[in-house]
Design a protein around this ligand. Structure first.
Ligand SMILES: Cc1cc2nc3c(=O)[nH]c(=O)nc-3n(C[C@H](O)[C@H](O)[C@H](O)COP(=O)(O)O)c2cc1C
Length: 207
C-alpha cells in the first residue's frame, strides 16, 4: 500500500471517549471527556489519562489524587461531546444534563449512574510531557451494571454498545464481534465467531 508521509502527530485510533468524574477539595463534582486514555498494566490494574493543565478536572485530580472513568455508550454521544467542549469553570455540566451520581466505593469520587461500567482510580504518578500531563493510576474498583452480567455473573462488555472516537468522529462499536481472542490459532477453526461471554480474555483481560 503506497503511503503519504506526514510529520509526527497523534494520528491514532480508534480511541474510547470516556467521561471522567472528579471532585474538588470541597467535594464539588465535575465531569469531562477524555480520549487520551489507555490500559497500562494488568497486575496491579493500571491505566493512564493525559490531561491538560488548564482543565478544571486537572485541578480536581491534583487536589484529591482520584478520578473515575465512566465508559460511554452510543446513547451518551451528545453528553460526551458537550462535556468535552464546555468547562466546568463556566457551566455546571452535571446540573445541565441532570446527571445522576452514584457515591464512590473505594474512592470519594462518584460515578455516573447512566454509565454501564465505572473504573475507580487512584493516582500513583504524574509526568509532565508538554501540552498534557500523564496520570498513571491504579484501578482500585470496578462498578458494572447488572444488565451486563449473565446468569453466571460474567461480564458481557461487548454488548453494551460502547462509544468509540476516531480522528474527530464518534462511532458506535458493532455489537457483533468479528472474532474472539485466540480464534486465529484455535485448533478447529470456527465457522462463525462466537460472542464472547464471560470473563474478558486476551488483551481485554490478560494483555
Ligand atoms: C472526544 C473528546 C476527547 C477529549 N479528550 C481529552 C483528553 O484526553 N485530555 C484532555 O485534557 N482533554 C480532552 N478533551 C477536552 C476536554 O474534555 C475539555 O476541554 C473539557 O471542556 C474540560 O472540562 P473541565 O474544564 O470541566 O475539566 C476532549 C474533548 C473531546 C470532545
Amino acid at each position: 500500500m503506497a503511503k503519504e508521509f506526514f510529520k509526527g502527530s497523534v494520528l491514532f485510533g480508534p480511541l474510547p471517549a470516556v467521561l471522567v468524574t472528579t471532585v474538588d477539595a470541597a467535594g464539588v463534582p465535575n465531569v469531562f471527556t477524555v480520549s487520551w486514555i489507555g490500559i497500562a498494566c494488568s497486575h496491579p490494574p493500571m491505566l493512564t489519562i493525559a490531561v491538560r493543565k488548564e482543565r478544571l478536572s486537572y485541578d480536581n485530580i491534583r487536589a484529591t489524587n482520584e478520578f473515575v472513568v465512566n465508559l460511554t455508550t452510543a446513547a451518551m454521544v451528545g453528553i460526551t461531546d458537550f462535556c468535552g467542549c464546555r468547562s466546568g469553570r463556566r457551566v455546571d455540566k452535571i446540573k445541565h444534563f441532570d446527571l445522576q451520581l452514584v457515591p464512590g466505593v473505594a474512592v470519594v469520587v462518584p460515578s455516573l449512574e447512566m454509565s454501564p461500567v465505572a473504573l475507580e482510580c487512584r493516582v500513583v504518578s504524574v509526568s509532565e510531557l508538554g501540552s498534557h500531563d500523564l496520570f498513571v493510576a491504579e484501578i482500585v474498583g470496578n462498578k458494572v451494571d447488572h444488565s451486563l452480567l449473565d446468569r453466571d455473573g460474567k461480564i458481557r462488555l461487548g454488548e453494551s454498545g460502547l462509544l468509540a472516537y476516531c480522528h474527530g468522529e464518534y462511532f458506535a462499536l458493532a455489537r457483533r464481534p468479528l472474532g474472539t481472542f485466540g480464534h486465529s490459532v484455535a485448533k478447529r477453526p470456527r465457522r462463525r465467531p462466537r460472542v464472547t461471554r464471560g470473563r474478558p480474555r486476551g488483551p481485554g483481560g490478560k494483555g
